[in-house]
Design a binder for this molecule. Structure first.
Ligand SMILES: [Zn+2]
Length: 197
């Protein structure tokens, strides 16, 4: 059945969804009522229409400026650079950071052919440049894997001319782990124990 196969392959594109799970999702859609599927389609459209990038940190937001960037109680001179929006959520949950963020939306991977132009690095460099020395610290909270490492080295070299203090996460970061899978305590410890690059 062509329509069903198309739906299965659409679900297969979702991260972490295997063939069996994609089939289960697709069969659920086939069984579901018309109004339920209409509502789902409406929600999907709505998300695409209302959610965009924060013009400052590139996290997802419904407004031009996200709630963190527009919060004057936060320290706007400390910048935490992360790979993905879910890393912001994980660090926020640890309640150990009161600065602002920059979301790269990926990491540099020479193996996969992903370079700095495919992530929000130019936006980061511009932000640092436009701040005119306004950042007293930039924390590189990148995943402790080879891509995170390559990204950290690239950013460190590229931002050196601006003379800004760069730090990285230290203790408690499991090798090969993902920031958003770390528990709050581990992540909090890693943030407190960050070291100078
Ligand atoms: Zn923001």
């Amino acid at each position: 059945m062509k329509a069903l196969d198309e739906l299965i392959s659409a679900f297969r594109r979702f991260p972490g969804v295997g063939p069996k799970q994609a089939e289960r999702f697709a069969l659920y859609v086939v069984r579901a009522s018309g109004p339920e599927i209409d509502r789902l389609a409406e929600i999907l459209h709505n998300v695409k229409e209302t959610i965009g990038y924060c013009r400052e940190c590139w996290d997802y937001t419904e407004k031009g400026l996200c709630s963190i960037c527009s919060d004057s109680a936060r320290d706007h001179s400390v910048l935490c650079v992360v790979e993905r929006p879910q890393d912001v959520a994980a660090i926020e949950k640890s309640k150990t950071f009161n600065g602002v963020y920059h979301v790269l939306h990926g990491s540099i991977s020479p193996l996969a052919g992903i370079n700095s132009s495919q992530i929000k690095f130019k936006e980061l460099a511009e932000r640092v440049k436009n701040s005119g020395g306004g950042f007293k610290e930039i924390i590189l909270a990148l995943n402790p894997d080879s891509e995170g490492e390559a990204t950290a080295i690239y950013i460190t070299n590229a931002l050196k001319p601006y003379g800004v203090k760069l730090t990285r996460l230290a203790c408690g970061v499991p090798l090969g782990g993902d920031i958003d899978y770390m528990d709050e305590v581990t992540l909090g410890c890693a943030l407190r124990g960050r070291t100078l690059v």
